[in-house]
Design a protein around this ligand. Structure first.
Ligand code: SF4
Ligand code: SF4
Length: 340
């Protein structure tokens, strides 16, 4: 197999930058306040939105509604850190009639009702359709829960049904536990008598989670993950990400680039040249087992401590390869600096 075509994206997220107010232990994209504020440039913004405007599809309930795996969302990092840019992004997306748009936030900025309402109303007026509000114990280490509650309450008044709380289970648990302020993960686990953080609630052990939550989960040797498919699939047409550096990121796989979104049409019609991108070639054709043997050729040695998940192994292999050679498909490089 020499080339493989990138599926035409019907939904996805645009990262305005990787800079964030938080440094969550589960962050798939290794976002942090330490990341350079390389916000997407105006020219790039118009270009990427024009590209995506051709293929993004509306939610099954219509273009004025939102749905996690349809439409386009604006994310980061924390997009409210650059509110002017967020406004511009929404204006351009609205001019291009991109359907089912929503913004994703950790609510750090919702310090009072007035500011929260003012900003949300402005976003709605210029064309934003909805919002996704993040709730789980990892955000709660950084954002007082009362700000999250405020954002949810006022968002429902502004966006009606177009408010997604990810994850609602945690919202109810936090309410039940009477949490109001920030709470450390250790204190939260104490409070919940060490609840299983993956029980009933989706958690991908990838990105920073694979490193930071190491003590909470069992580890397995490399061969346990051989032959296991990527879940969700590595190449798919829904919920891929496009970043401020130009990378087309497969799904949630931070630090992997399928190419530059300037070439999206070519990636869709002609495909990725796998000869020129060995990491992609192994991940696509031979899975993580192939990548493991490729990294062994560079001197990689299996960790004696084992790996929490296939994505943990994949990330460890990629980190090693980045330290040995400059692979275009392992991008952005700063991801590998901030993931630990
Ligand atoms: S998970 Fe969200 S809030 Fe947390 S560091 Fe990543 S981008 Fe920021
Ligand atoms: S194993 Fe690697 S390529 Fe597959 S989903 Fe996990 S991080 Fe992505």
């Amino acid at each position: 197999m020499r080339r493989v075509k990138v599926p035409e994206p019907i939904s996805g997220g645009l990262l305005l930058s990787y800079k964030c107010t938080a440094e969550c232990r589960h962050c798939m994209y290794a976002c942090t306040p330490k990341w350079k504020g390389d916000w997407i440039a105006q020219k790039d913004l118009e270009e990427v939105l024009s590209q995506l405007g051709r293929t993004i599809r509306p939610s099954p309930w219509g273009d004025q509604t939102v749905s996690l795996n349809y439409g386009l969302h604006f994310t980061g990092g924390e997009p409210f850190l650059n509110f002017e840019l967020l406004l511009k992004t929404i204006e351009v997306a609205d001019q291009l009639r991109i359907p089912s748009t929503f913004v994703e936030t950790n609510c750090y900025w919702c310090s009072n009702d007035e500011v929260t309402r003012e900003r949300l109303e402005l976003l709605r007026e210029i064309g934003l359709k909805g919002i996704l509000i993040s709730v789980n114990p990892y955000y709660a280490e950084y954002v007082p829960f009362e700000r999250t509650e405020r954002c949810i309450r006022i968002s429902k008044e502004v966006f009606g049904e177009n408010v997604m709380v990810y994850q609602a289970e945690y919202y109810h648990r936090f309410k039940h536990l009477g949490i109001k302020e920030r709470i450390s993960l250790e204190d939260y686990l104490e409070l919940t008598k060490k609840e299983d953080l993956t029980e009933e609630v989706e958690l991908f052990l990838m990105g920073r989670a694979a490193h930071q939550l190491r003590d909470l989960y069992p580890a397995y040797p490399t061969h346990s993950f051989f032959g296991e498919p990527c879940r969700p699939p590595f190449l798919r047409n829904w919920h891929n990400h496009f970043d401020n550096y130009g990378n087309v990121m497969p799904g949630y796989c931070g630090g992997i680039s399928l190419g530059h979104w300037q070439n999206l049409d070519r990636l869709i019609k002609e495909g990725i040249d796998l000869e020129e991108h060995p990491v992609l070639r192994f991940l696509i054709a031979e899975d993580v087992q192939g990548l493991f043997h490729f990294a062994e050729d560079f001197g990689y040695q299996e960790s004696r401590e084992g790996y929490l998940s296939k994505c943990d192994l994949c990330l460890d292999l990629r980190k090693y390869l980045v330290s040995k050679q400059d692979f275009d498909e392992l991008s952005p490089k700063e991801f590998y600096l901030h993931v630990d």
